[in-house]
Design a protein around this ligand. Structure first.
Ligand code: THU
Length: 132
């Protein structure tokens, strides 16, 4: 069974409900469909020691790896309001996504509006760092 863009967005929205974001008030949810068609989700988890907070994408990637996923087929990130903009992955998370991406990997980004944006990882991280 394939997971549609809308289903993946909805999974990220659900994950967003669990966000622990008491310092920023900025809730983010992420949902990944991996190379086996399996779903993995995560939310941001902040900390009183601010730099220790984790992004939602990081949590979803950790869940994917733990559950045996090897590659990110598609990842949806939901956060932010219609102003200023949807939560496109931060720079660090672009690198984290790239680690498990291939040319076909898609990133969907959405805020509180109805529409989402669709990117390739190459668009979000041109000339990104690789070791291989
Ligand atoms: N955040 C994410 O979860 N993902 C991103 O790609 C950007 C930012 C979180 C981190 C922090 O908890 C909150 O959003 C505000 O920066």
């Amino acid at each position: 069974m394939t997971i549609s863009d809308e289903e993946l967005i909805n999974a990220a929205k659900d994950a967003r409900e669990s966000a622990y974001c008491r310092y920023s008030g900025y809730a983010v949810g992420a949902a990944i469909v991996d190379d086996n068609g399996h779903l993995h989700v995560g939310c941001n988890v902040e900390n009183a020691s601010y730099p220790l907070g984790n992004c939602a994408e990081m949590a979803a990637i950790a869940a994917m790896v733990q559950e045996g996923g090897k590659r990110i087929d598609k990842i949806a990130v939901v956060g932010g309001s219609t102003k200023p903009s949807p939560c496109t992955p931060c720079g660090g998370c672009r690198q984290r996504i790239q680690e498990f991406a291939d040319e076909g990997t898609i990133v969907l980004a959405m805020d509180d509006s109805k529409d989402w944006q669709r990117y390739s990882i190459a668009e979000l991280l041109p000339a990104g760092f690789h070791l291989d």
